[in-house]
Write a protein that binds this ligand. Structure first.
Ligand code: DON
Length: 555
């Protein structure tokens, strides 16, 4: 091609190029060390997917109460070059020896804590396979580079924070039941002092094996043998085949539209995307600007109530049960739900058919990443309860999840989050348990918003409120700090943060028949936005906890 033609072509492409490439990269995560680890990898030439591996692995080390290589998660990817989105499903699976009555005694009653504490509570981890998959299929750097910060922090230690102390105190009894967990995460049976270093040399070793051998370093060989031996000795049911058989699944995300924005969110086995889109579909029928605050909140609550009713009724592992996604996501279905709502009156949940009860916790973790090529990752990872099963197979340093509790243990009996599930989420061998994790993109031609949060069943409503702020054009700080309200069908109450409702609004909601239930602040949202119209990148970390958002050029 002639130089003049090249020049013309370059001139022509320049404006396009400008909007296709953010002026800076951004990472918001629940821990400053994880955000830094992500930037370390971006600065070394990695892309958002390499950074996601670094952030995931670092969170696994420095937030042992929230996620880990003994756990699972969902990584929602936006691959800029192809304008394609995909969800990496690294959710844990039930061991092959699991069965629907695994946690019931001879009388058919749920055995207290059996699905929450100790080896029997642990499902087969998905994080190691997901990190390998991200690197192999989407990253630019070898796993050894992306895992380096995590390996360093596991080996040299990281300082205990206030949040660490809170979480360790909350799970003190469970952690003290397992010698390895207590040795690693407590000091003399107590939460370690602020600033104390937590070193995890065995975990550093497992991460090193993964750096060398990929997922095989975890699911095969010596590590796998130790994991299985440790679990079985402590009363669990894992086999070598469970680990060898684990695979991540690439899934098409759930999609919806709301006021000119495309919503791209987690697919089953998460309930998040479907519930989020259902709520937005319902709300799209109202003109919010014309409504006063209490009416707006009332309608949001009524949408929440209806979406959560459907959640446990219909949703589970898509590889095991048929999910009527098309029906649930259809605008006509939402029209029907909306028609059952009244502006002046709460609908008692008892008058709606179905049965769901959920509750939320304060662990699990979310991060949002944008790189300067416009690639993005929205990822929510979990080991379920704080410090998971509080069980570490000896010689591995791998804290195991208690994600088995996300199954419905017995029809009608609530799990740790108050969840009463249906057939769709019953335990079966190799099945993935239903999740509420809702990593999400909200985008238009002008904007790409990346958001998500931990918080058990309250995750989905947090993402809903964040999405409403984003669609209103507010900055990420507004999404993450917005006072929160939540309704989950049953119990039939509006949970709200202490500062969420003023007196007038309270009274107006009560007058409609709502019961208010004030709760401690919840959630830990991490958000990034790329505003193409103004060529700005912004990020924010939930002020309620101790995360860090950073925006910086990596070029
Ligand atoms: O996948 C889920 O829905 C749960 N295991 C998430 C748990 C959670 O967010 C805990 N607390 N914040």
């Amino acid at each position: 091609m002639k130089p003049t033609v090249l020049l013309l072509l370059a001139l022509f492409l320049t404006p396009l190029h400008a909007t296709d490439h953010p002026p800076a990269a951004a990472i918001a995560s629940a821990h400053p060390l994880a955000t830094e680890a992500g930037f370390e990898v971006l600065n070394a030439g990695g892309n958002a997917f390499d950074a996601a591996v670094a952030v995931s692995a670092t969170l696994a080390v420095v937030e042992p109460y929230s996620s880990g290589i003994g756990g699972g998660g969902f990584w929602l990817l936006h691959i800029a070059e192809q304008d394609r989105q995909v969800m990496i499903d690294g959710r844990e699976r039930a061991p092959l020896a699991a069965h629907r009555d695994l946690y019931l005694d001879a009388q058919g009653e749920v055995i207290p804590k059996a699905s929450m504490d100790g080896a029997l509570a642990a499902a087969i981890p998905g994080v190691p396979a997901a990190l390998d998959h991200l690197t192999q299929h989407y990253g630019r750097m070898p796993l050894s580079v992306a895992l380096a910060p995590a390996i360093r922090l596991a080996r040299d230690g990281f300082p205990v924070t206030e949040h660490y102390r809170r979480m360790a105190s909350f799970r003190l009894a469970a952690l003290n039941k397992d010698k390895e967990a207590a040795r690693l995460f407590l000091r003399q049976g107590q939460a370690p002092a602020l600033g104390e270093l937590i070193r995890q040399p065995e975990l550093a070793d497992v991460l090193k094996r993964m750096a060398n051998d990929g997922a095989d370093g975890f699911y095969h060989g010596e590590v796998a043998a130790r994991l299985v031996a440790g679990v079985r000795k402590a009363g669990g049911i894992w086999t070598a085949k469970d680990l060898a058989d684990y695979r991540v699944v690439e899934r098409a995300p759930i999609r919806g539209r709301y006021r000119g924005f495309e919503i791209i969110s987690a697919a089953p086995p998460s309930s998040g995307g479907i519930a989020l889109v259902t709520m937005l579909n319902i709300l799209s029928g109202f003109d919010f600007k014309a409504l006063d605050e209490s009416t707006r909140l009332h309608l949001i609550v009524e949408a929440m109530r209806r979406a959560y009713r459907d959640r446990a009724e219909f949703l589970g592992d898509p590889d095991s049960v048929a999910i009527p996604s098309e029906h649930l996501l259809h605008p006509y279905y939402a029209d029907g739900l909306r028609a059952s709502m009244r502006k002046d009156k709460a609908t008692p949940s008892a008058s709606l058919p179905g049965a769901v009860r959920t509750d939320g916790g304060n662990d699990t973790t979310h991060f949002s990443i944008l790189d300067q090529d416009g690639n993005a990752v929205s990822a929510t990872l979990s080991i379920n309860y704080p410090f998971g099963a509080a069980f570490v197979p000896p010689g591995t340093g791998v804290l195991l999840n208690d994600e088995m509790d996300d199954f419905s243990l017995k029809p009608g009996v609530p799990n740790a989050y108050g969840l009463v599930g249906a057939e769709a989420n019953a335990i079966a061998p190799g099945k993935r348990m239903l999740s509420s994790m809702t990593p999400t993109f909200v985008r238009s031609d002008e904007r790409l918003a990346i958001l998500g949060s931990p918080g058990g069943s309250r995750i989905i409503t947090m993402v809903l409120l964040g999405t409403l702020e984003a669609v209103d054009g507010k900055p990420p700080l507004a999404w993450v700090s917005r006072p929160r309200i939540h309704h989950q069908y049953l119990p039939d109450v509006i949970q709200h943060e202490p500062n969420a409702l003023d007196n007038t609004t309270r009274q107006a909601l009560q007058a409609r028949g709502h019961t208010l239930n004030e709760q401690q602040p919840w959630g830990n949202m991490q958000a990034v936005v790329w505003d193409k119209a103004t060529d700005r990148v912004e990020a924010a970390s939930d002020p309620r906890v101790e995360g860090m958002a950073r925006v910086d050029s990596t070029r």
